[in-house]
Design a protein around this ligand. Structure first.
Ligand SMILES: Cc1ncc(COP(=O)(O)O)c(C=O)c1O
Length: 396
């Protein structure tokens, strides 16, 4: 069966160029980057080169990049590294759990935490942040692009507001890196998280940008790696992969719109998929970016299909070879509807009826056509099978 992958926000394939760049570091160039002999020097040079590449993607200095084990660690490092009991943290109700659960843990440890709401389109408003800021606000953390809806937040304006109140600004840019042009100076970020496996590098790789002069308390204790900010022998092959992916991302972001492998062509594919599904399926719509379009990253479409359980639809589509994801999370054995969609004001039923299609740079027009053949009948079939809503048996 043909397998079509439209779950790139969960993880992306590792591009062949990235695999090729990493390969020697698992074999003949296996050195420890801290060793002073030649093998170690080669490994160190490769890590330094990757650091330059990631810094170029983000518009910062190489010394401002800390390599981590992924997005979750980068987010945790930013929050736990800065905040102490009595400090105030402002974040949002639509963050990924890597920030949300870290903020909840910080609240347990005596940090005051405010969770900002969002509009029905999934946007965090600057006015809401301004109203929440206090003299004790140490950090504001707002994601750049939402992992479920793809909605892009007004980061520059939010960062300006945070700075005006004397707070630092962190953004979880894990779903934005490689999809949007990022420049930490232009954006005004003090800290910014990225993750390799959302940008065609391997799982278990990531980085945190830490602006010079921002002091973070280390979460781990050990050697002096990463300028003492993150001890532990570097994952040289993974770091090399992240660096190569950053170079490829820069080239891709600059690609001509006519190029079939460019942000413009990916947006066109996503829009074709979205329009095709909405034209063929009644009772369906876009979450975040629908009637009142808001800016979204190129690859993401979050759609609701009324009277369908998203989980059942994910399985039905998978059986037909199409991989997508629902927004629900399994919490203590029960599936909870997406906190993001609920924060946008969707009813529980609609949140449970929502699916995320996230295309990758490798998605083709043929695959979109095939998905358009698969989705409408699958939705129709599940609706047929669903117990009909019965009118009350008797009324008083
Ligand atoms: C917005 C966002 N933040 C953080 C993470 C966590 O990143 P990682 O899987 O690299 O730990 C993810 C992963 O889905 C994400 O989408």
């Amino acid at each position: 069966m043909r397998r079509i992958y439209m779950d790139a926000n969960a993880t992306t394939p590792v591009l062949p160029e990235v695999q090729q760049a990493m390969q020697p570091f698992w074999s003949e160039q296996f050195g420890n980057a801290s060793s002073i002999h030649q093998r170690g020097q080669h490994a160190r040079a490769a890590v330094d080169h990757a650091r330059e590449s990631v810094a170029r993607l983000l518009g910062c200095r190489a010394a401002e990049i800390v390599f981590t084990s992924g997005g979750t660690e980068s987010d945790n490092m930013a929050l736990f590294g800065l905040l102490h009991p009595g400090d105030h943290l402002v974040t949002t109700a639509i963050e990924h759990h890597a920030v949300l659960h870290a903020a909840e843990e910080l609240a347990e440890r005596g940090v005051d935490v405010t969770f900002l709401p969002c509009t029905p389109q999934g946007v965090v408003e600057v006015g809401a942040l301004v109203a929440a800021l206090r003299p004790t606000t140490k950090l504001v953390s707002v994601m750049m692009a939402n992992n479920e809806t793809g909605v892009i937040q007004p980061i520059r304006e939010l960062a300006n507001a945070a700075h005006a109140a004397g707070a630092l600004f962190h953004t979880d840019a894990i779903q934005a890196a490689g999809k949007l042009a990022l420049d930490v100076k232009e954006l005004g970020c003090d800290l910014l998280s990225i993750s390799g496996h959302k940008m065609y590098a391997p799982q278990g790789t990531g980085a945190l940008f830490v602006r010079r002069n921002v002091r973070l308390k280390s979460m781990f204790f050990g050697g002096l790696h990463e300028r003492g900010r993150r001890p532990g022998t570097e994952n040289v092959a993974g770091i090399v992969g992240l660096g190569r992916a950053a170079e490829l991302a820069r080239a891709w972001l600059a690609a001509n719109p006519e190029n079939p492998d460019s942000p413009a062509s990916l947006t066109a594919l996503r829009d074709r998929l979205e329009r095709g599904i909405l034209a063929a399926v009644a009772g369906a719509g876009v979450n975040g970016g629908g009637g009142d379009p808001v800016a979204r990253v190129a690859n993401t479409a979050n759609l609701y299909f009324d009277d369908v359980e998203a989980e059942a639809l994910v399985i039905a589509l998978d059986l037909k070879g199409l991989a997508v994801s629902g927004g629900s999370a399994c919490q203590s054995g029960a599936t909870e509807p997406s906190h993001v969609l609920r924060a946008m004001g969707l009813s529980e039923a609609r949140a449970r009826a929502s699916l995320r299609f996230s295309l990758s740079r490798l998605t083709t027009g043929d695959e979109v056509d095939a998905a358009l053949e698969i989705v409408p009948p699958a939705v129709a079939r599940l609706r047929e099978l669903a117990p009909k809503k019965q009118p009350p048996a008797f009324s008083r």
